[in-house]
Design a protein around this ligand. Sequence first.
Ligand SMILES: *Cc1c(COP(=O)(O)O)cnc(C)c1O
Length: 378
Amino acid sequence: MKKSYLMTPGPTPIPEEIRLEMAKPIIHHRTKEYQAIFKDATEGLKKIFKTSNDIYTFTSSGTGAMEASITNVLSPGDKIIVVRGGKFGERFSEIAGAYGVNVVNIDIEWGTSPEPEAIKEVLKKNPDAKGVYTTLCETSTATVYDIKLIGEIVRATNALFVVDVISGLGADDFENDAWGVDIAICGSQKGLMIPPGLAFSSVSQKAWKAVETSKLPKFYFNFKKYKKAYLNTDTPFTSAITLVIGLKRAVETINMEGIDKVIARHKKLALAVREAANAIGLEIFSKSPSSAVTAVNAPKGIDADNIIKLLKTEFGVTFAGGQENLKGKIFRVAHMGGIDEEHTLESIKALEQALAKLGYKFKQGAALAAAEKALTPT
Ligand SMILES: *Cc1c(COP(=O)(O)O)cnc(C)c1O
């Protein structure tokens, strides 16, 4: 079978030892055996989030936990502030709108990160805002936001600080507690190296106060139900047993290496791709590039989607495209989770060949050499 390289920002490749773990016969979830697995998985996740807060596990894609971060702490007519710099910032606004929450959007140019001072200003003008909703890595533009600095600003107010870390966790620096994050939202199919289907939410004491008074409708994603079950190392509904078994193994793998080392490795892969692109005259789209995923501008006159198509059909390499107004303009290469140096170098090799086939003029081999250099241990 021809090798294939899944280089998309979710789903990401799943290491063999995790796949095999999930292939074992299923067990029942209301058992001591499963409880021990669920506990280990949750405790392991807390180390990766760098939090001592509870982390609840939902059976849903990441968006389920995004919705929960709105329905569990707000009431109809409440006001929140949302940073919109891409598809995922937009999603918070859309969910809030669906529930009758008033949204003050901070619209920033795609590919840039928000100025902490701008958030401070908007908070000052809207002292009644119940929360600031933002993203660690805005995956659609491959941009990392300065969550630490924003956290210092939000912490001094009554507003909750809600951060979508779905793609950034395990790739970009993140410290839930030290950075004052009240609710961090994650999903299973990116840096955590398991299939789609689980979503996670950390919940701080400050957030719990808001949960007590929240009046928005909720049933499946009700934090109170999850907390009650959590105290008994349980979930309120049937656990996604197989995925949680995979999660336990995945967080063990991450924590064995150490989360800081895992992040350092992602930074190196991201640097290698940026250096490779630059070496053949391609520009990086983001002004604040993430280490979870890199967006590269397609060369003038070449549609990024044609590069992606050729990579897929002829080289077995899957890159992601751009969304909305970035469609055809950028291609996105992920660094998350199980993506390693081999995947990255093979993808760059294939990219060079695809670009040459599409008529782009550059010094062949230069991208690969630059990536290899960036990956050389110092
Ligand atoms: C992938 C992703 C999501 C979640 O999307 P789902 O398809 O619901 O899992 C949300 N936010 C960001 C930043 C993401 O990268």
